[in-house]
Each structure stands twice: as structure tokens, then as C-alpha cells.
Ligand binder design. Structure first.
Ligand code: FE
Length: 203
């Protein structure tokens, strides 16, 4: 079996948002699929460890904002690499509006958003798949949606070209940040995505 085949599946990228009272949170997912058209239902799959998952389990409602090709890495930094359990992801993020369901959606670098209400939940191990009926949907722009491969080729920071240097280089496999030094400290934390030394590979 060649699991690289899985890399050839085409995915989009989305900010999944949910709220509990005044606490709003969001995370990046690449798994949103329309599953039926009458009524309109979508399936999303999200890691059980995400705080956004907790909010959806509690409230049964969420929004999906469709990331478009105008997005830069800052959007992924805002929602992708930290947990809403520890931080308020909307404290420094202003490019949102509130949908009819009271949940924030992202209004910049996105071309549409959907609001949905969970009608079924499937435990798939590390993740839950939520089946949800779409309760509202709006188009925000005509910029093409960002695919996962577009993200890797155009948005994710690329490791800098090696310069004339004897120093060993270590690349963060999550965000592409490059650390230079003879040894990568065990307690090193990536300054971009906050992932630990175990997510760095020697170049
Ligand atoms: Fe990183």
C-alpha cells in the first residue's frame, strides 16, 4: 500500500467556528463535504481534542468559513496552531462578523460561509464526524477557494534556500520555520506555530 495516494485527495480549507455564550472559538479544518441537497446537509470531521469540538458537542451549532486564495499565513496562525482552551483566538482578530446563529464567521480572505445545526454524530476514533443541516449560507466573494495543495504551494512558508553556512538547519514540519544551530534544544518551541522540538526535522 502506498499511503502517498491519500495526499492526492483534493481538500479545501475552512475556519470552523463555534461559541458557548460569549466565548467564541475557531480552528482550521480541511474536511467539509456536502452530503445531501434536500435538505442541504454537510459533513465535517474535526479532532476530538479541539476546543471547537467541545463547543459543538455542547451547542450543536457551528459555522464554516471557506478560505480563499487571497489568504496568507496569518489566518492560519490565528486559528491553526494553538488551542482556544489557552487563548482567546478572537482577541486580536478583527476580520469577523456575527452570523444569524450568534457564531462568528470570518469575513476576510474567505469566499463563503455556512451555518449549520448538527443532526448526527459519528465517532471515528481520533475525530468526530458531524452531519449537520445547513441553516444559512452566504457567498462573500468570487475569489477561488484555497485547496490544501494551494496552501502548501503558495501560503505555507517555505524553508529558505540554504546559504553558505556550516550550521545545521532544522525545519518545522508544521509551518516550515527553519532553526539554525548545531543542536536543537529539547525544549525548543517554534516561534511561528508554537509546536515543540519533536515536530522539527534535520535538513
Ligand atoms: Fe512551526
Amino acid at each position: 500500500m502506498n499511503t502517498n495516494a491519500l495526499n492526492n485527495i483534493c481538500y479545501g480549507l475552512f475556519v470552523l467556528t463555534a461559541a458557548d455564550g460569549t466565548k467564541q472559538n475557531g480552528c482550521i479544518i480541511n474536511t467539509v463535504t456536502q452530503v445531501t441537497s434536500a435538505p442541504v446537509k454537510i459533513a465535517i470531521t474535526v479532532n476530538k481534542s479541539n476546543y471547537t469540538t467541545d463547543l459543538i458537542l455542547k451547542t450543536g451549532v457551528f459555522n464554516v468559513s471557506v478560505i480563499d486564495e487571497s489568504a496568507d499565513f496569518s489566518l492560519f496562525k490565528s486559528f491553526g496552531f494553538s488551542s482556544g482552551r489557552d487563548t482567546d483566538k478572537f482577541s486580536d482578530f478583527k476580520d469577523f462578523k456575527v452570523a444569524e446563529n450568534g457564531i462568528n464567521y470570518i469575513c476576510k480572505n474567505t469566499n463563503a460561509y455556512l451555518s449549520a445545526k448538527v443532526v448526527d454524530k459519528i465517532d471515528v476514533g481520533t475525530h468526530y464526524m458531524f452531519i449537520a443541516e445547513v441553516t444559512d449560507a452566504q457567498v462573500l466573494s468570487d475569489v477561488p477557494s484555497a485547496s490544501y495543495s494551494y496552501y502548501h504551494n503558495n501560503i505555507k512558508p517555505k524553508p529558505k534556500q540554504p546559504e553558505q553556512s556550516e550550521k545545521t538547519r532544522w525545519v518545522c514540519v508544521i509551518c516550515g520555520y527553519v532553526y539554525e544551530g548545531d543542536e536543537l534544544p529539547d525544549d525548543y518551541i517554534c516561534p511561528i506555530c508554537k509546536h515543540p522540538a519533536s515536530d522539527f526535522r534535520k535538513m
